[in-house]
Design a binder for this molecule. Structure first.
Ligand code: PEP
Ligand code: MN
Length: 310
């Protein structure tokens, strides 16, 4: 892709690992969970405790909500950030929250561990430059009308300001399909891995807008190679002040986390097959075989395989 200097895949195919207080995007499979909006202290802290218990590594929650209607709940602003801070102190979960205005970047950054740039602001170039200057880790969501190239150029804006800590997030795009809220474009996961060294998350909540589709699309995202998920969870979805139809209950989230764990175990078998394939090739140097974590077992499997073929 033209003009991508800093985000483009490296010649040695090495990938960026973005460390947010020990949570390693690009290395671990990271699940960010929490309510669409911070509404009250009790709602946020209860959700934070529950998602942490279920295995989430980071807490999300909007204090500034970009809403279609100016009359809809706009978020609690500073009060919301203070609640997120309390939830962090209570659980130890680092915070992801959206920033919508260049004037807010520095002070929101005092509360947030990761600043989220929402879909509607993906191409807000002054905001991109400002978060670039902040040096904070940035979760850059894909704009709902944006191509991969446009999205990656937005990441380039942030890196060009000297901030290498960008995590991409596919959250669905507008298509002719109206059944779902958006069309979740999972093909972007391998595309992002091919074109860049940045980690990519998937947001199945905004990506589908339909409760029953969140679990299957989360599992599909993991299988497609996503580096993690951002999922909306609420202690009482029907009472939520925003996105009440797409927020998982705590029970639904716990169930999903168990299935993700099982799917990850299954995926280890898949990567073993790739490794086995690579190790089986005569041109693979001995050093690489030795470097393989599983070399002894895989060599054993290779032998069994060779014996069976004989
Ligand atoms: C959000 O994650 O809170 C949000 C508003 O998502 P998006 O910007 O993808 O619509
Ligand atoms: Mn939402």
């Amino acid at each position: 892709m033209k003009n991508l200097k800093l985000v483009a895949a490296r010649p040695d195919f090495s990938r960026s690992i973005i460390d947010v207080q020990g949570v390693k995007f690009g290395q671990d499979f990271v699940v960010i969970a929490g309510p669409c909006s911070v509404e009250t202290e009790a709602q946020t802290i209860e959700t934070a405790i529950a998602v942490k218990k279920a295995g989430a590594q980071m807490l999300r929650g909007g204090a500034f909500k970009p809403r279609t209607s100016p009359y809809a709940f706009q978020g609690l602003g500073l009060k919301g950030l203070k609640i997120l801070d309390k939830a962090k102190k209570e659980t130890g979960l680092p915070i992801v929250t959206e920033v919508v205005d260049t004037r807010d970047v520095s002070w929101v950054g005092e509360y947030a561990d990761v600043l989220q740039i929402g879909a509607r602001n993906m191409q807000n170039f002054s905001l991109l430059r400002e978060v670039g200057k902040s040096g904070k880790p940035i979760l850059l969501k894909r704009g709902m009308y944006s191509t991969l190239e446009e999205w990656l150029n937005c990441a380039e804006y942030i890196l060009a300001e000297g901030n290498p800590n960008v995590i991409l997030c596919e959250r669905g795009i507008r298509t002719f399909e109206t059944y779902t809220r958006n069309t979740l474009d999972l093909s972007m996961v391998p595309a992002v891995h091919k074109e860049t060294h940045l980690p990519i998350l998937v947001d199945p909540s905004h990506g589908t807008g339909i409760l029953s589709m969140i679990e299957p699309m989360s599992l599909a995202a993991l299988i497609a190679g996503a580096n993690g998920l951002e999922i909306e969870v609420h202690i009482d979805p029907p009472s939520a002040l925003s996105d009440k139809d797409q927020q998982l209950t705590v029970g639904q989230f716990e169930r999903l986390m168990k299935k993700l764990e099982m799917t990850r175990n299954f995926m280890k078998t898949l990567s073993d097959i790739d490794e086995l394939d690579a190790l089986g090739k005569p041109e693979v140097p001995q050093a690489m075989r030795a470097a393989s974590n599983n070399s002894a077992r895989i060599e054993g499997e290779l032998k069994t395989f060779a014996d069976a073929v004989d």
